[in-house]
Design a protein around this ligand. Sequence first.
Ligand code: NAP
Ligand code: GCO
Length: 263
Amino acid sequence: MTKNLFDLTGKVALVTGATHGLGMSMAIGLASQGAKIVVNDINPEKLASAKAAYAEAGYAISTYIFDVTKEDQVIEGLATIEKEVGPVDILINNAGIIKRVPSLEMDIEDYRQVIDIDLVGPFIVSKNVAKSMVRRNAGGKIINICSMMSELGRETVAAYASAKGGLKMLTRNLATEWAKYNIQVNGIGPGYFATAQTAPIREKGHPFNDFIISRTPAARWGLPEDLQGAAIFLASAASDFVNGQVLYVDGGILASLGKASNE
Ligand code: NAP
Ligand code: GCO
């Protein structure tokens, strides 16, 4: 019988900040293949309503409060998860923020906060999850949620682009260091997706909304479920020889200069 390469039965998957949006959709994708889902966030009310939303979708999840930027909280959170659910086999570094401010006006503390959550956080969680994978000689999968901004610049998002560009290189570096432990570290680079993060720039008639529709060969915003296939692939045995890659799920944006024709 052919082995189901995408089977995740019994695997423990921690998806950071997955109370809604892209993280929740990817977590549901992994759960649909049998993974046990663990979600953390800094906000207890959001965790409580997320638990109910996952249950409505048919999945029981475990939730923990910790901040991905605080190593002491991450260490304590991971120890509790290991005791109560089991050691983490799959980590998706999804938690992230954006601040859209022209660089000439950017407050340095805001710049630092974006780097801290979007780049330092994934390092802290990856380091401590990988320590346990190495200690147990178990191997594992780490998936960093990158962005179009890992490759391209855009006005007003210098901090976010710096963090997501750095996250692509962190992905390559950790893949290089940890391949010997059978840990694969890859990234997913979502294009423009309809979530809370993009709500302010997605309104009908907003110039950026019109720009994205015309700039994307698929001519639409991504839907959170569009990321599930990539997440399942990179979390499963199907990707065991894939390491240090960023898989862009973007409706063709990075492949194309746009749709202008000379007809
Ligand atoms: P979102 O709806 O804003 O979700 C991000 C989550 O991260 C929120 O639940 C947030 O919690 C959590 N978070 C923030 N800081 C945290 C911290 N210090 N510790 C733990 N959790 C924290 O965003 P999304 O659109 O689903 O995006 C998810 C990821 O995909 C992000 O990394 C984002 O940059 C990336 N991405 C998004 C798009 C897009 O088009 N939407 C495209 C490319 C990449 P609170 O709500 O409690 O603050
Ligand atoms: C924005 C940001 C991102 C993008 C995404 C592109 O302004 O909202 O550019 O959230 O949607 O990162 O890949």
